[in-house]
Design a protein around this ligand. Sequence first.
Ligand SMILES: C[S@@+](CC[C@H](N)C(=O)[O-])C[C@H]1O[C@@H](n2cnc3c(N)ncnc32)[C@H](O)[C@@H]1O
Length: 439
Amino acid sequence: MTGPSEVQHLLKIIAQAANDALNEYARHGEEVPSIYETKTHPLDIAETAFTLKKAIRTLEGACNQLCSTLAPPLHTVINNAHDYYWSCLRVAAKQGLADILYDHQGGLHIEVLSQRLGINQDKLATIMRTLASRHCFREVAKDVYANNRLSLALRSQTPGAAFLDLQTCEGQQAAFYFQRYLDDPTYGPSTDLKHTAFTYSISGFQGTFYDWIKQNVMTRGMSGMNQVMGTLSILEVFPWEKYSTICDVGGGNGSFTWPLIQKYPALKVTMFDLPETIAAAEKVATQKINVNHVEFSSGNFFEKSPPHNLDIYYLRNIIHNWPDKSAVSILESVGKAMGNNSRLLIPYSLDKVGTNSSEMEELSYHIVQAPLPMLPDFGYGNMRLHNQDLTMLFMYNSKERTVVELMSLSQDAGLELSNVWDLGETAVLEFTKSNNRSG
Ligand SMILES: C[S@@+](CC[C@H](N)C(=O)[O-])C[C@H]1O[C@@H](n2cnc3c(N)ncnc32)[C@H](O)[C@@H]1O
């Protein structure tokens, strides 16, 4: 394809994806609100909005490719290197700016905001201008800022707040040290959990990222990430009603178990996790669900298998933060628990299949590819997955794996891929015991 023809194709893709998104909003009862409004839409908080997510994946990927094609290369590269937006988002979130403005629909003057927050007025003005330039807060009159659709997502009780906190603090800190870390003769080549870019960034620290963060910070961060990525779409897509017993392996704070039981009260769900996590989950369970539907089982999956012979074993956000050897051990541990008819479900970053299509062609399962001239994995449309891949590297010396890599690890653990459930931004891979090793 020539450059001009790529641009024409991208424009068509963008128009189609934008119309798909508009239709999806309308299908859910209301038109998409203007970005200048503070109006919410049911799809804003729907964790199962996977049709919208698919349209946005295409739209963001194609828009980014269009701009990168037409702008001078140095313009694009420097724009990416020169991005401080996250830093302003952090200030706004930590200072509760959206919470303050929530009570002032007409907005507040920068002088008043500056006094409320105890931040120098000129500095705050720079921050607000940067945020408003990307449609987060709105300058309703000269130096008067109010909330809009995007800034409302920064309110302290939103599910993304803890995730934003983790990413803009520990995540960015590790990112800053990453290049120096790679050059370090001890840390750079190591795959040890104590030798990650993050641990390198903390002078004198000897532990792992797990040691650094408190469990509750982690689980709150996870909940936010899961909501943003729409992993709960599996509740709509997978035929849960066909099964009776489920094990949520490493179920954490129950952010999958509780909605599962609410939607499918006939299921019996066992949460399996480390003793301290199970104790905490048991405490909150009574407020969330009918506890008769859930069993709690504690153990370390490296030492003990989850309860045996259940219909489904569900491993969300479990494998990706472990290096290959440990990941295989976890899969083996679950494999030992599985009966011949059990299924293992692993939510997964569907399009992390590389930016070249050759690997996809090896797969017998249909994996969604972006239309040409886009990259097969949607490029920037899957930005968060690529960032997530780096997060795993920075924090755990691990990675998000391609389908082929995950299939290979599963094979080592005696499991084989039997289905792929597409959820838009993510997917769920379904495994059964390999025929030749079952029993
Ligand atoms: C990243 S969190 C994922 C939580 C949950 N599945 C979710 O998606 O929100 C990882 C979970 O694995 C659990 N975990 C870590 N090591 C474990 C082990 N050795 N045995 C059992 N569970 C473990 C942690 O306690 C935590 O709840």
